[in-house]
Design a protein around this ligand. Structure first.
Ligand code: FAD
Length: 362
C-alpha cells in the first residue's frame, strides 16, 4: 500500500479519479468536500466522443453527428459519425462516479483543519484563480420549451454569431434535444460579465428573429463564468487537479475532455511505478496559439465571428475534433493558421509580445 491520497473538491475531476481508484495500484483515496464550497448545481457538459470517453458518452442525454458555426454571412457545417458531440448532465456524471467510488471503498469526508500536514498526498481541485482583467467566458443558458417545433435535433449549433456584438464577442450555443426543446446559451468572451437580463433578452430575441417563435416555458437555467488564458492555482502550495491543474483549454473553455486526458496520463504513469502527478494536459504550442487568439479577441472582438467560421470551414469534422481536443499535429495546425486572416494575427502577435512580463536580469 503506497498511502492515502486526498483530493480536495468533489467536482468532475475528483469524482472521475475516485471512480477509477482501482487503477491506481496501492493507493487508497479520500474525497474532501472543501470548506466554503458553494452548493453543487447541475449543468450540461458538452464533449466529443473521443477514445476513452465512451463511459461518459453512454451517460449522455443527447448526441449530434453534425454541428455548425454560423455568422451573418456564412454557415459552416461539420460532421463526424464516429465521434459525435455529446451533452451530459454533470449531476448524472457525478452520481455515476459516486456509485463506482463507493463500491471501490473511496472515503468521502468534509475538509478538516490540519489536513495538509497529515496527508500522505494531497491534490486540490478547487477552482483556479484568474488574474484581474482576465478574459472570461461568461454565459447564461436557458433550457426552453417552445410553443411550436422549430429546432433540428440532428444538429448542434456551437456558435451562432447573429447576435449583438457591441459588448465583446457574443454567440449563441444551441443544443436541441427535440423539435421543441433546446438548451440555448448566450455566451460572451470578454473581461466583464453582463447583467443576467442581457443574456436572457439576447436569447429571447435570437429565438424570435431566427426561429420565428417564442418561449412557451423555461425548464431550467444554468450560468457560468470560466476564466480563460493563464490561471493561477487555488493554493500555490498544493498540486492541482482538473481545472485547477490547468485542464481548461485557454481559448475555448472546454475542460471535460482534458481532465480525462490528465487523469488518464496520471494513472498510466503510476502504473509504471512513478509517483502520482497530474500534469497540465495541453501542449505548449497549443497554449501559445490560444494566447495569440485570446489577444486578438480581447482587443479586436469584432474579428471573432469571421475567425471562428473560417476555422470551421478549413477543417473536416474529424480534424475539428482533433484540433479542439488537443490532438492536432503540425500539419493540422498549419492548415488552421493558413485559413486565418493574417492581419489580426500579426497585430495580435505584436501585442502579445509586448504585453508579456519580461524577466529582469540583475
Ligand atoms: C455552467 C457551466 C457549463 C460548463 N460546460 C462545459 C462544457 O460543456 N464542456 C466542458 O468541457 N466544460 C464545461 N464547463 C467547465 C466545467 O466546469 C468543467 O468541465 C468541470 O466541471 C471541471 O471539473 P473540476 O473538477 O476541475 O471542477 P468542478 O467540477 O467545478 O469542481 C470544483 C470543486 O471545487 C469546489 N469549489 C468551487 N468553488 C469553491 C470555493 N470558492 N471554495 C472552495 N471550494 C470550491 C466545488 O464544490 C467542487 O468540489 C462548464 C462549467 C460551467 C460552470
Amino acid at each position: 500500500m503506497t498511502g492515502t491520497t486526498h483530493v480536495l473538491g468533489d467536482g468532475c475531476a475528483a469524482m472521475m479519479l475516485a471512480s477509477r481508484v482501482d487503477e491506481l495500484q496501492g493507493h487508497s483515496l479520500s474525497v474532501l468536500r472543501p470548506t466554503g464550497a458553494p452548493e453543487a448545481k447541475d449543468h450540461m457538459l458538452g464533449f466529443w466522443g473521443t477514445p476513452g470517453l465512451e463511459f461518459a458518452a453512454e451517460l449522455s442525454r443527447h448526441s449530434w453527428s453534425t454541428w455548425a458555426v454560423i455568422t451573418d454571412a456564412k454557415q459552416a457545417e461539420l460532421t463526424s459519425e464516429h465521434q459525435p458531440y455529446h451533452a451530459m448532465h454533470k449531476a448524472v456524471f457525478l452520481e455515476t462516479c459516486r456509485r463506482k467510488a463507493d463500491a471501490l471503498g473511496v472515503q468521502f469526508m468534509t475538509q478538516q483543519k490540519g489536513l495538509k500536514t497529515h496527508a500522505d498526498q494531497l491534490f486540490d481541485s478547487r477552482p483556479p484563480r484568474a488574474q484581474p482583467n482576465a478574459m472570461l467566458q461568461h454565459f447564461v443558458g436557458l433550457e426552453v420549451e417552445m410553443g411550436s417545433p422549430v429546432f433540428d435535433p440532428e444538429k448542434a449549433i456551437l456558435m451562432d454569431f447573429r447576435v449583438d456584438q457591441s459588448h465583446g464577442m457574443h454567440f449563441m450555443y444551441l443544443l436541441p434535444f427535440s423539435p421543441t426543446c433546446a438548451l440555448v446559451e448566450s455566451t460572451m468572451f470578454s473581461t466583464e460579465k453582463m447583467p443576467r437580463s442581457y443574456y436572457v433578452e439576447a436569447i429571447e430575441s435570437y429565438l424570435f428573429d431566427h426561429y420565428g417563435a417564442s418561449i412557451d416555458h423555461i425548464v431550467r437555467e444554468e450560468q457560468g463564468v470560466i476564466p480563460m488564458g493563464n490561471l493561477s492555482p487555488h493554493d500555490p502550495d498544493i498540486p492541482g487537479l482538473g481545472a485547477n491543474g490547468g485542464a481548461i483549454r485557454p481559448a475555448s473553455g472546454y475542460t471535460f475532455a482534458f481532465l480525462h486526458q490528465q487523469i488518464q496520463d496520471g494513472i498510466e504513469r503510476s502504473k509504471t511505478g512513478k509517483p502520482l502527478v497530474f500534469k497540465r494536459p495541453h501542449k505548449r504550442v497549443d497554449v501559445w496559439m490560444d494566447s495569440i487568439l485570446l489577444t486578438v479577441l480581447r482587443h479586436w472582438p469584432n474579428h471573432g465571428p469571421h475567425l471562428f467560421v473560417r476555422m470551421a470551414e478549413a477543417m473536416s469534422g474529424e480534424e475539428f475534433i482533433r484540433f479542439m481536443t488537443g490532438q492536432a499535429n503540425w500539419r493540422l495546425r498549419f492548415k488552421v493558421m493558413r485559413a486565418m486572416p493574417k492581419m489580426p494575427f500579426i497585430r495580435g502577435f505584436s501585442k502579445w509580445m509586448f504585453s508579456r512580463p519580461h524577466k529582469v536580469v540583475s
